[in-house]
Design a binder for this molecule. Structure first.
Ligand code: HEM
Ligand SMILES: [Cu+2]
Length: 554
């Protein structure tokens, strides 16, 4: 006699138990999702800060916020966006996807992985604690106000009394340790845990680019960490590393910072390139054009990007030889980047394009990043940089790279992989609203900054005199900021609404070719029942088309 299966599902465990499960998890997927939630949370904070900035700059001689507050706002905005929005979003995607894409059951060091996440989150919390402690307790907000690159001697005790700069140092230091453990873990995972048959040349491009990315983190973050410790010693232990009055060097800080800071730009860009390299072929219904060239140009970018840092220091007055070297190296890096743009365009060419939201964001990335890249080449020319350094032209340039580039690609990734993680599709109509609001708002905000910058408006000024022709461009920027804000609001509604109501996705809603789509959505905690065997770069294509598998042609 058969024993009846229990038909009633066991009730969901209480909230505390479920929260406990998340807090103590070492599952790469949950850690990935926590990184993503953290990123979205800080996106709201970084966005709110910039609304105040844009409202203050709406008109000449405006007095909405004071100069001190303004300094805190742009410092917190820049630091938040880079360290606590883009970086955790990258770590989130990498954590969630890479074990799935290489056919592994988890990362190499799951506990280290959890450690890295909590360090990143604590870093963000330390940054924002600055608002609630020290001087802030009796009224004056004491958030750091030294800019995201915190130049010496601004950070010395003489110019930054109180503890706000220490919060900035500790926030980036602690989250930096988290990022470093993340990178080491990722390298170990990709090197040692690939499914049988997945030779290094068969890695999905997102995985390959994240591998290069992780190496960049390993080389770029420790000097930054060291510089932060030196700064702490200057501030608290009477050291004089950056104190020119006592034989130290302010320029030393700039070198240490940008030796990290420039590779950091590529650390934020390579994952975006990786996402685009996955999305563009799937939505063009074609094999990616030039897989090997794309991989090799990434490696080239990795190497060259370690040798261009002083292009952030052309106005310091190093010397002509150094300026020429760093200018040439910066021009050089445009070559492998251009190769990539060529390859993606060649993949689109002749493809059967499907213009779903992930693809729209990918196309947005291609065009916006191209603009940012071109102004970057302009800035690499020393005389041009002398003219527009520290002006709004520069603010326009790096937002086209970081926002139009990285963030647009990350949005493409969000729409592409959300079905895998939740089992439900994001709504397409809202997705398109989000895309168009963001694209239009983005260009309204940042394109005019090229003009105000060329007209002489410096960055980081809290107000300006009337009658210089800057008003109209600032007003367009401010309107654009709100349009973009509306776009993000639509995104948040979509993310939440679709969680309950979205169309059921199934395992493989986009008819894609990489291994993450071979398992259920969301995947079981062990990812794969049996570890897949790989013979080509598109293992899922081989499975779906046994009559014409890729490995015959590769
Ligand atoms: C939500 C849309 C955004 C708007 C409207 C915006 C606007 C601005 C403005 C007006 C400034 C200049 C402040 C000043 O110099 O006086 C600024 C600075 C900055 N932004 Fe954004 N931004 C946005 C998103 C982002 C994103 C996504 C990133 C990075 C991924 C980013 C990174 C930075 C950085 C690094 C600075 C420099 C801060 C400093 O000077 O220390 N921003 N932003
Ligand atoms: Cu740079």
């Amino acid at each position: 006699m058969a024993i009846a299966e229990p038909t009633i599902e066991s009730p969901a465990p209480p909230l505390v138990t479920r929260l406990h499960g998340w807090v103590t998890t070492v599952d790469h997927k949950r850690i990935g999702l926590m990184y993503l939630m953290m990123s979205l949370f800080f996106l709201v904070l970084g966005g709110l800060e910039v609304i105040w900035i844009r409202m203050q700059l709406w008109s000449a001689n405006n007095t909405l916020v004071e100069a001190d507050t303004f300094n805190q706002l742009f410092t917190m905005h820049g630091t938040t966006m880079i360290f606590f929005v883009v970086m955790p979003m990258i770590a989130g995607f990498a954590n969630y996807l890479i074990p799935l894409m290489i056919g592994a059951r988890d990362v190499a060091f799951p506990r280290l992985n959890a450690f890295g996440f909590w360090m990143s989150l604590f870093g963000g919390m330390i940054l924002y604690l600055s608002y609630f402690t020290g001087e802030a307790l009796y009224g004056a907000g004491s958030a750091p106000d030294v800019g995201w690159f915190a130049y010496a001697p601004l950070t010395s005790p003489a110019y930054s009394r109180g503890s706000s700069v220490d919060y900035w140092i500790l926030a980036t230091l602690v989250s930096g340790v988290g990022t470093l453990t993340f990178a080491i873990n990722l390298i170990a995972t990709i090197v040692s845990m690939r499914a049988p048959g997945m030779a290094i040349g068969k890695l999905p491009l997102f995985v390959w680019m994240m591998l290069v990315d992780a190496w960049l983190i390993v080389f770029a973050f420790p000097p930054f960490t060291a510089a932060q410790v030196m700064l702490l010693m200057d501030r608290h232990l009477g050291a004089h590393f950056f104190d020119t009055q006592a034989g130290g060097s302010a320029i030393l800080w700039q070198h240490l910072f940008w030796f990290f800071g420039h590779p950091e730009v590529y650390i934020m860009a390579l994952p975006a390139f990786g996402i685009i390299s996955e999305v563009v072929p799937v939505f063009s219904r074609k094999v990616i054009f030039g897989h090997t060239t794309l991989a090799m140009s990434t490696t080239a970018i990795g190497f060259i990007s370690m040798g261009v840092w002083a292009h952030h220091m052309f106005t310091v007055g190093l010397n002509d030889g150094l300026d020429a070297f760093f200018s040439a190296a910066s021009f050089l890096i445009a070559v492998p980047t251009g190769i990539k743009i060529f390859n993606w365009t060649a993949t689109l060419y002749g493809g059967r394009l499907r213009l779903h939201t992930p693809m729209l964001f990918a196309l947005g990335f291609l065009s916006m990043f191209l603009i940012g890249g071109l102004t970057g080449v302009m800035l690499a020319a020393v005389p041009v940089d002398w003219q527009v350094s520290d002006s709004y032209f520069l603010v326009a340039h790096f937002h086209y790279v970081l926002f139009g580039g990285s963030l647009f690609a990350l949005m493409a990734g969000l729409y592409y992989w959300y079905p895998k993680a939740t089992g439900r599709m994001l709504d397409e109509t809202w997705g398109k609203w989000h895309f168009w609001l963001q694209l239009i708002g983005f260009n309204l905000t940042f394109a005019p900054m090229h003009i105000s910058g060329l007209m002489g408006m410096p960055r980081r000024v809290y107000t300006y005199q009337a009658g210089q022709g800057w008003e109209i461009w600032n007003q367009i920027s401010t309107v654009g900021g709100f349009v973009m804000g509306a776009g993000f609001a639509v995104m948040f509604v979509n993310l939440l609404w679709s969680l309950q109501r979205g169309r059921i996705a199934g395992d493989d809603p986009w008819d894609a070719w990489t291994l993450e789509w071979a398992t259920s959505s969301p995947p079981a905690s062990y990812n794969f029942e049996t570890i897949p065997i790989v013979r080509s770069r598109r293992p899922l294509w081989d499975k779906k088309h046994p009559e014409d598998p890729d490995w015959i042609h590769e």
